[in-house]
Design a binder for this molecule. Structure first.
Ligand code: X8Z
Ligand code: ZN
Length: 600
């Protein structure tokens, strides 16, 4: 800052010189072409470093990743600043859009000062590593990884044991707190250097509309969805009271976070048997089927790939099978959180995931492969357009495919002998609601928290309280043990530690139902929406491909229109899908209220 001021004074004192000539449109295009070439090269290097770190966390890979991240973010910030010269020109639409995407592309934008740049990249790499290595040691000899603790939450119904691992995992994050505080300061500095109010404002500017319009869109969608979530929440809560007792659950209308089968209470499919509607058994359990057939990790991925090839997509390249990480290595630290990679513009696609042979991971495999097939579909786009229409689209693709994993589909591929009749519908819908409806408010609250943190509305001394206030407000969930500001529970969630924006998952959970409904309509499906599978429908594949091939070249409403005929995100497809469950939940909840068995 001092340096810049000094420079201005110097210029003012210098004799008048001819003003720099106005740049031309031709120069603007040459500039952005060059920027893309430079960034593509740095991005590939950064990808190699990140892969090495995420699959082998040691001091050296941490340093390599910090340096590669820093180089990429610094170059992006420098180019974004240079691009300002051209912004006043009457630019062709593609050049203008690329300049915009350039400015928005880095989630923790680099500040101007090189020392700040290094500090920011160092903190980011460190936080990721802490999360990946995190363990809870009951005794010095008995340490549990996140993966071990997730097993407990999935399978145990002993509240003491559940509480122990819930608290145990959250011992990993308090050391992150101070660094996170500094991380917020530095990313805000970078965002301000680019002309945004703070880093949260930059994130909210990624949706082809003014940021305030975007938050209003989120509110509108949540209003559409909230009644369904509330019905599910009330029913699940009353079933938990039946299981664990009124005292264990409490009388405040909230659900203790350790009873929902998931470390973050973000999706509840693992308590399926506890919440299943009586007398509506779909008659199969995918986890048991996979276990029974001894389906291994690679085979699970092959089945997922099979869905995509049935739609007409090419099989994944040989290198995918050679370079991906499918299982948790025994001899080294890795970041187990699932991710999909495009290391060298679609020539080197990979996934990294510590797969377990269960239904939850089977679905996540489809999610990850959706990323890879998206990446391949837009590979011919110029670098800055290699992304999805908005980040929700990328997250929605694989989930759309997974909605087609119906009993009918499982029978077609030989995993299931008999398809349940209509009597299994409620059970099927409940499973899906526990997975996807339960997720919705969590998908919103994570970034509501971060936006407040970035804007300064929530200060470091209120980090943890603000997190749980939002969990209560949106999810109706509460911590099962007293929390304080010595804790840092947000850091126990991967996307906070790794600085991955989260609203994308909320959007995805709306978009995937919209995509699915449109594709099902096209296949001529009749009957309840949730029984539709577009497996092996080449026309569905073509339509998906057409949307994905656009990459980020057009504003997202264009891509949505190509896919669904509508230019608006719309939660009515979610309501359509779950309509029979919603009426059943409402009548059950009314009955329980009347008999006093559900204290709301
Ligand atoms: O992080 C993921 C994917 C990778 S993009 C596994 N998801 C969110 C999460 O795990 O919190 C998918 C659903 C939400
Ligand atoms: Zn994803």
């Amino acid at each position: 800052m001092t340096f810049r001021l000094a420079l201005i004074t110097l210029l003012a004192a210098a004799p008048a010189r001819a003003a720099a000539p106005e740049p031309t449109v031709l120069q603007a295009r040459a500039f952005i072409d060059r920027a893309e070439r430079t960034l593509e090269d740095l991005n590939t290097k950064d990808n190699f470093a990140n892969w090495a770190y995420a699959t082998y966390i040691i001091y050296d890979t941490e340093k390599l990743v910090a340096d590669a991240d820093r180089a990429y973010a610094a170059e992006t910030a420098k180019l974004a600043e240079e691009a300002r010269r051209y912004e006043k020109l009457e630019l062709p639409a593609d050049v203008r859009r690329k300049i915009l995407l350039l400015k928005l592309s880095v989630s923790a934008p680099a500040p101007r000062d090189p020392r700040d740049q290094k500090e920011l990249a160092d903190i980011q790499a460190w936080l990721q590593g802490e999360y990946g290595k995190g363990k809870y040691c009951r005794t010095p000899q008995m340490c549990l990884t996140l993966s071990d603790m997730e097993d407990v939450l999935r399978d145990s119904r002993d509240p003491k044991e559940l509480l122990d691992v819930w608290q145990g995992w959250r011992t990993v994050s308090p050391p992150m707190r101070k660094k996170y505080e500094r991380f917020v300061e530095l990313s805000n500095k970078g965002a301000r250097d680019l002309g945004f109010a703070d880093a949260g404002a930059l994130w909210r500017s990624r949706y082809d509309m003014p940021p305030s319009g975007f938050t209003a869109e989120l509110d509108r969608l949540w209003e559409q969805l909230k009644p369904l979530y509330d019905s599910l929440h009330a029913y699940v809560r009353s079933r938990l009271i039946e299981k664990y007792g009124a005292e264990a659950v409490g009388a405040d209308g909230l659900i203790p976070a350790h009873l929902l089968g998931n470390m973050w209470a973000q999706s509840w499919e693992n308590i399926g048997p506890l919440a299943a509607p009586p007398a509506s058994d779909p008659g199969y359990d995918l986890t048991k089927i996979l276990e029974g057939r001894k389906t291994d990790e690679r085979q699970m991925v092959r089945i997922g790939e099979g869905f995509f090839t049935s739609l007409g997509f090419d099989p994944l390249p040989q290198t995918f099978w050679e370079r991906s990480l499918f299982t948790k290595p025994r001899d080294r630290e890795v970041v187990c959180h699932a991710s999909a990679w495009d290391v060298e513009n679609s020539q080197d696609l990979r996934i990294k995931m510590c797969i377990k042979p269960n239904a939850e991971d089977f679905i996540t495999i489809h999610h990850e492969l959706g990323h890879n097939f998206y990446q391949r579909a837009y590979a011919a786009q110029p670098f800055l357009f290699r992304g999805s229409a908005n980040d929700g689209f990328h997250e929605a693709l694989g989930d759309t495919i997974a909605l087609s994993v119906t009993p009918e589909y499982l029978k077609q591929i030989g995993l299931l002998d008999a398809v349940p009749g209509a009597e299994g519908d409620l059970g099927l819908l409940m499973k899906m609601a526990l997975e996807r409806v339960a997720f919705l408010p969590f998908g919103l609250m994570v970034d509501r928290w971060r936006w407040k943190v970035f804007s300064g509305e929530v200060k470091p001394e209120g980090y943890n309280k603000a997190w749980w206030d939002l969990a209560a407000q949106y999810q109706g969930v509460k911590p099962p043990a007293p929390r304080s500001e010595t804790d840092f529970d947000p850091g126990a969630k991967y996307h906070v530690a790794a600085n991955v924006p989260y609203t994308r998952y909320f959007l995805a959970h709306v978009l995937e139902f919209q995509f699915y409904r449109a594709l099902c309509k096209q296949t001529g499906h009749t009957g309840p929406l949730h029984r539709c599978s577009f497996y092996s429908d080449k026309k569905a594949g073509e339509r998906l491909n057409k949307m994905m091939a656009l990459g980020a070249s057009r504003p997202w409403p264009d891509a949505l229109e190509a896919m669904t005929g509508s230019r608006k995100m719309d939660a009515s497809a979610v309501s359509d899908y779950f309509a029979p469950l919603k009426s059943w939940l409402d009548s059950e909840n009314a009955k329980r209220k009347k008999t006093g068995s559900a204290p709301y």
